[in-house]
Design a protein around this ligand. Structure first.
Ligand SMILES: [Zn+2]
Ligand SMILES: [Zn+2]
Length: 286
């Protein structure tokens, strides 16, 4: 029945996935074979009501809260006790604050086992967000961004203009959208920005796949005490010794695994590295 299933915990169950933008095509091929589940996609609920990237509908909760809400709606609409949902966010990287950054979460909620497990992936991404005053510049700008595989949204003047054209996916559509917004512009400018919706953004599609893989890894890690999946790292402990002088560094030495169900936890000393690079030692490399 499920020849590739490597986890029996959810095997044979149907899972609701509420998505308007065909995220099942990204998530189901990864989760279904290994978990032995069937993803039931629902597209008759408008997830844009919960917030859009075009800022016309503001998201009210956090990213995870919105994902939970979507999963719950899918479960209610199908009557299923297992639900999945994805929510993405775009901002700047947590290290320098300059790089465009994408975070994707996929939440799995299981009402039979009273369980919530969250897969997460994040990384730098490419975005476009610029005002241009002629079509040639606009064409070069979006070509650099990866258009038409990566789609764009076009507005008159600036990012605050309530009028916009989205779903711009071909050069003909782009030209038409440009002229359309040009005509409506008061400053002779057209604002072009990335379309962050999953089906319009291949870079985001990859990040959603990574979040699904992260969820799979967590679901394959079972608590040694109660065998519930989702036994995962919740904390890291610094102090890996410097390879040269042996002093503790900020590089992590151990991870704390914790069960989402019974709260069992255990410190696991890292096995991939015994010593930290001299470059990360504050004594050798102040
Ligand atoms: Zn446990
Ligand atoms: Zn050192």
């Amino acid at each position: 029945m499920f020849p590739n299933a490597t986890n029996t915990f959810f095997r044979g169950r149907e899972t609701a996935l509420l998505t308007k933008h065909h995220k099942e095509q990204l998530i189901a091929p990864l989760l279904e074979p290994f978990l032995g589940i069937k993803v039931v996609q629902l597209d008759d609920y408008d997830t844009d009501k919960l917030g859009t990237f075009t800022r016309d509908v503001k998201r009210t909760g956090t990213q995870l809260e919105t994902a939970r809400k979507k999963a719950r709606i899918g479960m209610e609409l199908t009557g299923l006790k297992l639900g999945l949902a994805n929510e993405g966010s775009f901002g700047v990287d947590p290290y320098t604050g300059f790089m465009p950054w994408n975070i994707e979460v996929i939440v799995l909620i299981d009402d039979i086992h009273d369980l919530e497990i969250v897969g997460v992936a994040q990384g730098s991404t490419k975005i476009v967000q610029e005002k241009v005053d002629n079509l040639e510049k606009a064409r070069r700008l979006v070509a650099d961004f990866g258009f038409p595989a990566s789609q764009v949204i076009v507005r008159p003047d600036d990012g605050e203009n309530p009028y916009f054209v989205k779903g711009v996916a071909t050069w003909d559509q782009f030209e038409a959208a440009f002229h359309d917004c040009w005509r409506l512009s008061k400053q002779g400018l057209v604002f072009i920005e990335s379309d962050f919706r999953a089906h319009a953004n291949p870079a985001r599609q990859n990040m959603i796949r990574l979040a699904a893989i992260n969820l799979l890894l967590k679901l394959h890690s079972h608590c040694p005490n109660c065998h519930t999946p989702g036994y995962w790292v919740t904390e890291t402990k610094p102090g890996l010794p410097c390879e040269y002088c042996g002093a503790p560094t900020a590089v992590f030495r151990a991870q704390i695994y914790r069960c989402p169900k019974c709260d069992f936890s255990k410190e696991v000393v890292r096995s991939d590295l015994q010593f930290a690079d001299q470059g990360s030692c504050s004594l050798c490399n102040p």
